[in-house]
Design a protein. Structure first.
Lengths: 346, 346
């Protein structure tokens, strides 16, 4: 008999509520013979205030014992900006070498978009997760004086770029349209731009069936609102990926339905799955949060672990649920979770 | 009698066509007693191919003699990416200390937007123009090998940040809504983010009437498509400014109408005004390019030199012309220019 040993990090704000629904749906969809074990971890603002800790070495060791991690949301206005981001979220991505940050964008039937017309949106962004301007390199001199100088260093390696580019080509190859766009700013960031572009062109030779294009990040934001149907798979740098995936989420139904995976493709360390949205402290505890993004993150988790049919069932359930909402009164977080349980079980 | 001594750089692709219309409108709107002198410069792809030069010391000296610079567009697929950008456009911004990169976004009546509904868009982005990841700092080791490492260094100084933040506060103070948003990514880029946030908060104390907010760049892209009316003045870093102004242009009618100024507020060196769009080689020479963005850049140029009434006349003319287009057959570049000449003169 099989087992799935899951680390659960509800986190802050609405994290608790949405993760509860994600787990309900996960239990309902898993085949009978799979034994689901979950262990909850208390990372986030409360733990930080109580102990000053964000993620200790012992925590990291404990997390490594799991098959995968499901996270709700981390962050609270009571914690200074950067502390939980650098001390927990990014620390985990680096420790567990989550170099493939996967963010699908699909505009589902019935879901509202801020764009006019009826755009067809169905693409996936492969964002590099362990390099670029996210490495924490840089520093400050003469802090607080009129002569202060602060630097941020974007670090890009052939090793890091090639593995994520290769992953993106493989994903493009597996999709019907087989298109891959590299997004960078190689006309200004010429050192990193040259590295990305060269490796992209080199790997492209191994995937002759994949149609490629290059686009500057500024131009990409234009296309994302004027021709989003143009995109199939996008591969990009850590920071550009951060920016364009929020925009992509906004045009394809909002962060209420945007899922993501922080993936270690080799399986050396567990991958982590989380909604793109934050902890939304303004609506926390009110049962107003939409758990769809978390439930869709559970689907990404299942697909990553090889449960393709179960992942697809969840995606169909969420899609059908969203389509049914049109014109109906809003339901609570729990009601949506219950409806999804019925659908995936049925 | 007064004079306006203008450097004109038509540049590549559609640059020639749109600049010609900009100059026609400028001549028509200038008061009789102002003597307009123009000198054309041949920078761009043709000059580069003929001589290998992008901008020599002698060129820079010549440009310094002018009151302002009007540029069409620079760039051509025949020139390797980065050569004209770094060798001409960015070189000029750095040489002439164009630290205020001004990019207004206004959705004019009758102009199509990719957003649903009828969004009210009227804000201006003050983008820093001489620091950040645009300084060319960084480098590559082991180029072309599997051990290549490429870095890009974002350089931020208290001097550079304070002067642009101060400029943005003054602009916000002068507008009816008096709102200013700082856009950065201070939860990840903590060194530069700390510098920007601290200086922003410090200068804010001198402008008690201005309402301020802070927003991460990823969240800002969401608001730009879901609540663009929220923005009045935005101040941001060079790279974030590059990205969000293209998005801002897209939602407020497209780069066909987006104007910009690369401003040296002290007047030590001439400021440069240019449409946000590129050289569009695919439609060059066909009379299809919309000269509105260039004509609106002429308005920014006039306002910068103190011709406020004339600037306003141009903006009204463009606005009226755009409103009249709805449902009519497309006009040529020259026809639009002629119509604007009639309006500003009348
Ligand atoms: C919270 C922050 C560190 C994070 C990022 O910048 O990657 C978030 O914006 C995201 O996209 O997952
Ligand atoms: C052409 C390029 C160097 C430039 C920039 O990145 O600043 C352009 O995109 C712009 O916004 O003016």
């Amino acid at each position: 008999s099989r087992s799935l040993n899951l680390a659960v990090i509800p986190g802050d704000g609405i994290g608790q509520e949405v993760v509860a629904q994600g787990l309900k749906v996960l239990s309902a969809v898993l085949p009978q013979d799979v034994k689901l074990e979950t262990k909850e971890y208390d990372f986030g603002a409360k733990r930080y205030h109580a102990t000053g800790e964000t993620l200790t070495d012992a925590d990291a060791e404990a997390l490594k014992q799991h098959d995968a991690i499901l996270l709700g949301a981390i962050g609270d206005p009571s914690v200074p900006s950067g502390v939980l981001e650098r001390g927990f979220l990014l620390k985990l991505r680096f420790l567990f070498d989550h170099h493939v940050n996967l963010r699908p964008s699909k505009l589902l039937p019935g879901v509202a978009t801020p764009l006019a017309g009826e755009p067809q949106i169905d693409f996936v962004v492969v964002r590099e997760g362990t390099e670029g301007p996210y490495t924490g390199n840089g520093g400050t001199i003469r802090k607080g004086t009129p002569q202060e100088v602060a630097t941020e260093v974007s670090v890009n390696t052939a090793f890091g770029v090639e593995r994520v580019v290769r992953d993106a080509f493989a994903r493009a190859q597996a999709r019907p349209r087989k298109k891959l766009a590299l997004i960078h700013k190689n006309n200004v960031l010429t050192f990193a731009g040259h590295l990305w572009t060269n490796i992209f062109n080199k790997v492209a030779e191994e995937f002759p069936e994949v149609t490629t294009e290059y686009m500057h990040v500024d131009a990409a934001t234009i296309y994302l609102v004027t021709q989003p149907e143009r995109f199939d798979v996008i591969v990009t740098d850590n920071l550009f990926g951060d920016i364009i995936t929020d925009l992509a989420a906004a045009v394809s139904g909002g962060i209420g339905v945007a899922a993501s995976g922080n993936i270690n493709p080799s399986g050396e360390f567990p991958s982590m799955f989380e909604p793109v949205h934050g902890s939304a402290p303004d609506i926390a505890g009110q049962g107003k949060a939409d758990p769809s993004a978390t439930v869709l993150s559970v689907a990404l988790l299942l697909r990553h672990l090889g449960y393709e049919a179960e992942a697809a069932r969840i995606e169909e359930a969420v899609s059908a649920d969203l389509a049914e909402r049109v014109g109906k009164p809003a339901r609570s977080t729990e009601e949506i979770g219950d409806a999804l349980v019925v659908r995936v079980a049925g």
